[in-house]
Design a protein around this ligand. Structure first.
Ligand code: GAL
Length: 392
């Protein structure tokens, strides 16, 4: 009897502890809180200040970007995070609390978050796992819990954590600490790991954050964008709903690439199920930029519920074919020409397991191409892409 009673109390206590740990701290399976996992079931979509504005961030800029995200139709298309990158912070006060630049953010970050929320959008912020950010603002080292609590009290929805000034730290250990600090803050925040691929973050990222950068920074050139984008092949097995490889933010609309090169950028990021954070000025976008960022058929490939990251199935020199299986059984296929002259490329339906007779739709140009037998051939411009859905 006594034995039985102490046994059942022991079991009850153990059960209680297991439930408490699983619900309050981290899920034993993923290492993330189960709810923070649900925040990024599909790759996060939004905007980030860094690519276009660098350190030139302010309350005014962020509010205008939030306004533009709504008026341009981007919010309706699925973009929701408005993310402030480096340079919003200047110091810590006597209690160690991080302080926003009082000149650039005169009403403080909480008021800005309230404004962004009033538009139905979400606010993201940036810090660094080391002693200082890349632009020498205070980092979060030894202030992990305090910073997470501050962000939670401001109403932050997304935190990107960089890796400058982190010498001697182990990213796997340090980012887990930050994960736990965010989990304990009581507010759900998307956790974006930005350590440029140091120590293969795709191996520990899925149990640590919602997304992790796989490489160093992108810039607004075809050379850099294509090197990063096409270099993602092989990482697809690490990504899935709640946890994504991040080949960096978009440069679409920043002016450094030609139309076909930006189409390649957007199509490739969609096939990669990459987070889509626009990095341009949303306030006055040329039609061409808008059409690309707002192309609902391309966005649907990125946001497909199955969350499978695409991979390369064929290559011949500068010609590559990439495939992303979609939830409805169809396939999104990109025929990419990285070469210097236009060329005809052929997709053999067998190579993607499609039936001999398949329907095709061109997503970038919104065109039904009809039913084809065995294969599909198209002229692909230099540095360009033809992006199609192949279905039964
Ligand atoms: C880099 C990071 C960029 C940007 C920048 C800000 O390390 O990869 O995306 O955040 O720092 O200083």
């Amino acid at each position: 009897m006594t034995n039985y009673r102490s046994f059942s109390i022991g079991v009850l206590l153990a059960l209680f502890r297991a439930v408490a740990v699983a619900t309050l701290v981290v899920s034993p399976v993923s290492g993330q809180t189960s709810s923070s996992f649900s925040l990024a079931k599909t790759p996060p979509m939004g905007w980030n200040s860094w690519n276009k504005f660098g350190c030139n961030v302010s309350d005014k800029l962020i509010r205008e970007m939030a306004d533009a995200m709504v008026s341009s139709g981007m919010q309706a298309a699925g973009y929701q995070y408005v993310n402030i990158d480096d340079c919003w912070q200047v110091s810590r006060d006597a209690s160690g609390t991080i302080v926003a630049d009082p000149v650039r953010f005169p009403s403080g970050i909480k008021a800005l978050a309230d404004y962004v929320h009033s538009k139905g959008l979400k606010l993201g912020i940036y810090t660094d796992a080391g002693t200082g950010t890349c632009e020498k603002r205070p980092g979060s080292l030894n202030h992990e819990v305090q910073d997470a609590q501050t962000y939670a009290s401001w109403g932050i929805d997304y935190v990107k954590i960089d890796w400058c000034n982190a010498e001697g730290l182990d990213p796997e250990v340090q980012y887990a600490k930050l994960r736990d600090a965010l989990a304990q803050s009581g507010r759900l925040m998307v956790f974006s790991i930005c350590n440029w691929g140091v120590k293969t973050p795709w191996r520990w990222g899925p149990t640590t954050g919602n997304l992790w950068r796989t490489t160093g920074d992108i810039n607004d050139t075809y050379e850099r964008m294509s090197l990063i984008g096409f270099g993602q092949n092989g990482l697809e097995k690490f990504a899935g709903p709640g946890h994504w490889n991040d080949p960096d933010m978009l440069e679409v609309g920043n002016g450094g690439m030609k139309r076909d090169e930006y189409r390649t950028h957007m199509a490739l990021w969609a096939l990669l199920a990459a987070p889509l954070l626009a990095g341009n000025d949303l306030r006055n976008m040329p039609t061409e930029t808008k059409e690309l960022l707002l192309n609902s058929e391309v966005l649907a490939v990125d946001q497909d519920a199955k969350g499978i990251q695409g991979h390369r199935i064929w290559q011949e020199g500068p010609l590559e074919i990439w495939v992303k299986p979609l939830a409805d059984g169809s396939h999104a296929v990109g025929l990419f020409n990285r070469g210097e002259s236009a060329i005809r490329m052929t997709l053999d339906f067998k190579s993607i397991g499609a039936p001999a007779s398949a329907k095709l739709r061109d997503l970038l140009d919104h065109k039904d191409l009809g039913t084809m037998q065995n294969s599909y051939s198209a002229e692909v411009p230099t540095h360009g892409v033809v992006l199609v859905i192949v279905s039964n």
